[in-house]
Write a protein that binds this ligand. Sequence first.
Ligand SMILES: Cc1ncc(COP(=O)(O)O)c(C=O)c1O
Length: 420
Amino acid sequence: MKQNRRAFLQSAPALFLGGAFYHQTNKLQLHALPEEGIDSAAYWKMLRKHFPLRNDLVYLNNGTMGPSPYYVIEQTQQGMLEADEDANYGGWENTHQQLAAFIGADETEIALTRNVTEGINIICNGLSLTKGDEVIITTHEHGGNAFPWLNIARNKGVILRTFTPAPTADETLNRLEACISKRTKVIAVPHILCTQGQILPIKEISALGKRNQLFVFIDGAHGPGMVKLNMKELGCDAYATCCHKWMLGPKGTGFLYINKNAFEKVQPIFVGAGSDNAKWTMATQPPTMGDFAPSAHRYYAGTFNAGLYKGVIAALQFIESVGEERWIKRIETLGNYTQQQLLNTDKVEMLTPVEQKSRSGVIGFRIKGINSTSFYELASKQRIRIRQVHENGLNSLRVSTHIYNHTSEVDKLIELIKKS
Ligand SMILES: Cc1ncc(COP(=O)(O)O)c(C=O)c1O
């Protein structure tokens, strides 16, 4: 059996990852990350070897999908293999505890999901909103947060009040506050705008929501792995996110934080085995339901893929092995570098605020005199992967960098902009 497993692990990665390069680099174990010279360019160059990401690809689109390191991929594969070797059911049950610790929440406040969108739908369908109730949302939403609320607006007659984030956190807060009316029930905004990487002042937004007795929901797609999180400090009622962007975890894994004081406000809609408190039976007349689980497990149910969740734990271990502070600093440094280099060209209209606390690893801009689609296509031909932002009529471009990137990759993009 052991031999079979080895044979599988040697052949399967070759299938998925293209062979020789993988076999060469998978010898780099997690504990091989050096302690010395850890902030040097050499360190970050070495770290890139932990990723299957091809070297001929300048990948500047982490905001869409974070490529996993080999360690995460291996652990995911191994988790799947182990589950099938012994035909065991389960293996994901403790993931929520580690995710809770990572974002400063209580373990009872985490629901596992497949992605951010699922978490958003749990909240917006679970809140008891009625005709004429108002929800405050930005003009910079991703479809994942826009469409569920638009759907609620259509189905229930809820009114969406929009505001455009301003270049400073203070002014953004003022604009949001100006949208509050007697009929406002919910604030549903992103932590970090997918369009231009702007960090919204969530702590202050939560405090504002609390003063006005509003439910504060945060689309946190770009939060964990990008910025240090502590849910108790942020103070929101709910925060939906994923592991497949900035945490560099397996694709199709996410989680939703719901403050336990908010359980009563969010009705579980999508329920089943696991959402209950083990008191249900069909053997009584009439059948007995019992109640929901006393934790956020009331919001999710059924079977999960143990391998994917072993991969999520591996992603947390990988972050820890680099050091969360150093990881976040690296993202910040590359984001600052990208913005500065873009500004230096004099060819761009910068959309991301220059205010330090509002800026992240995602930078949005337009190139003066060049259509965004044309530049996007030109960059793609040069194997430079960025993102076009067509949402909300913005017609702009977005660059997002992570720890596996190097400044020389940003420089390639800048050269192309200068030549265009
Ligand atoms: C701000 C934001 N919200 C929601 C989503 C949807 O995420 P998912 O595909 O994990 O549901 C994204 C994806 O890019 C996003 O950027």
